[in-house]
Each structure stands twice: as structure tokens, then as C-alpha cells.
Design a binder for this molecule. Sequence first.
Ligand SMILES: Nc1nc2c(ncn2[C@@H]2O[C@H](COP(=O)(O)OP(=O)(O)O)[C@@H](O)[C@H]2O)c(=O)[nH]1
Ligand SMILES: [Mg+2]
Ligand SMILES: [Zn+2]
Length: 308
Amino acid sequence: MEKGVVLKSTGSHYKVLDDNGTIIDCSIKGKLRIKEMRITNPVAVGDNVLFEIDIANNSGIITEVLDRRNYILRKATNLSRHSQIIAANIDQVFLMVTIILPETPVEFIDRFLITAEAYRIPARIIINKTDLYGEDEIAKMEYLESVYNKIGYECIRLSLVENQNLETLKLLMKNKISLISGYSGVGKTTLLNSFNPSLLLKTGRISDYHKQGKHITTFPEMHMMPFGGFVIDTPGIRGFGVVDMERNEIYHFFREIFRISSLCRFNNCLHLDEPGCAVRSAVENGEIDFLRYRSYLNIMDGDDRKYR
Ligand SMILES: Nc1nc2c(ncn2[C@@H]2O[C@H](COP(=O)(O)OP(=O)(O)O)[C@@H](O)[C@H]2O)c(=O)[nH]1
Ligand SMILES: [Mg+2]
Ligand SMILES: [Zn+2]
């Protein structure tokens, strides 16, 4: 029996990296498929697995998925009760955003952050394409930085054209398993190619833009980094629907709202229009950013079609 980590999963075939650094094409044993009825993929990127070598076919058969430290889900389709595991055993997540080309909405950032919060995975924001920014964009960037730094999310400015902060990012990702997410076109693949030019990944493909917003089956891939560690790219995955989050616990994952909520008059306050709500007062006096609160209200409304 060999041990390895899954680098790529296409639903029926898996690329597994063994302890010696060899990549083996694997399939899975039939009974693995039905273990968890509500999960559409029994084996995900980042999974540690046991497999048997099939010498005749120069391939492997995965027999067991070892316990996961964590995993990120998304709903398989809009109405489905089934979920797809996007990746497992992640140390940290990075959300790559851009102020222009494309513009990343604040609500998208907040949906990502509350998901990370719910999974208890450390999250940071990368603001890419700073080389394109004029006065207005810089003002917007500084606004985002002030909002998110204040509540404890580090923001890292990046330009892959000018190599700004590439080394900073390398140090943060070194020897860790990092997942990178963000709108199509923000520069995720370009970053991976900068880290490891031998990857030769395709960037800026028009087809990527067509995938936005639609449900298509895309499979994330984990890439080995020359400086140590792995980075998981999530092409075609716009956002992570927060699976199984109760309506009355959504505010727990907005750090600053949660902190202040203990001061609300009612302990079951949802911070909508209840009397004596400390959260609303904090929004009114600017202590809580209005856009963050607006994201909260929209998420409470439950329409996440744009973001899946
Ligand atoms: N000006 C500028 N363009 C960038 C930067 N990073 C990426 N791009 C361009 O943005 C486009 C989309 O990049 P890509 O890596 O495919 O984005 P992905 O969809 O997030 O993987 C490509 O044409 C890249 O060359 C940057 O820092 N500055
Ligand atoms: Mg890409
Ligand atoms: Zn309240």
C-alpha cells in the first residue's frame, strides 16, 4: 500500500503524488463512491490517500481517503442538496481581487470571507493588477484595505506585470497548502506561472469568461511550488456557496458584527430591525462599514445566484 496526495481529480481519474515525488494516475475502488451520499466526489484535490499499485497498467487504485483536516464545499448545482468537495486539507486561502478588469464586488469578497471563517481557514486578500490603477482605483483599493485590515484580514498588493510583492507572497505560501480563488480574469493562473514558469498554464482564455455564473463541472488542480508547498487554483469556480450555514448564525462569520452582537438587547437579535440592536448603531456611527453590513443583509436575503 502506498500513500500519496491527490493533485487533480476529474471525477473518475486522479493524479496522485506519492512520497517519492512520483505522479501516478489512479482510479478509485468502486465502494469508495457511495460512502457519503450527499457528496458528489468521494476523492478531492488535497486528499491524502492510500493506493495500490497496478504494475501491469502502470497506474494505481485508490482504496482509502485518510481523515480530512478540513474541506471546502460548494453545492453541486443551484437547487441540489448534493455538494462537491472543492479541496481538502487546506492551510490557508487567498482571495485574489482586482479593482478593474474585472471589478470584484465587495459582496463577493464578504461571501468568500464568511465561508473561510465558517471553515476556520485563515484568509487573506490579494489585490492584483496595481500597475493598471489610476487615482480612482487607488482610492478604492485604499478603502478596501482600510475596511479589511481593520477587521483582521491582511491585504497584499500585487502586480504580476511589475513583479510587485511576488516575494512577499512566496514567503506566505512557502511549505503550505494554499487555495487561491477569485473572479475569472483577475490573474490567478498568471500568478502560478510566475511562481513556476515550467507549469505553462494557459491564461486569459476567452472560454474561461463564458463559464462564469453557469454551472459547469470544473475541477481544481493543485500545483507543486518550487519554493515548497502547493497552490490550488480554482478555475471556473466563482464563489463558494456557504453550505449548511443556518440563517441565524451567518453573523457569527462577520467578525466585527459578531464582536458587537453581544451588546444587542435581544440575544436572538438578527441585526435586521430589532430594537436595541448594537450592530445597527455601529453601522450608523461608522464603526461597522456600511458595505459589509449591506453584504450581510444580502446574504440574509439568500440570493446567491450571481456568486456561485
Ligand atoms: N496589467 C496586469 N495584467 C495582469 C496581471 N496579472 C494578470 N494579468 C492579465 O490578466 C489576464 C487574466 O489572467 P489569468 O491569469 O488568466 O486570470 P485567472 O482567470 O484568474 O486565472 C491575462 O491577460 C493576464 O496577462 C497584472 O498584475 N497586471
Ligand atoms: Mg485561470
Ligand atoms: Zn443586533
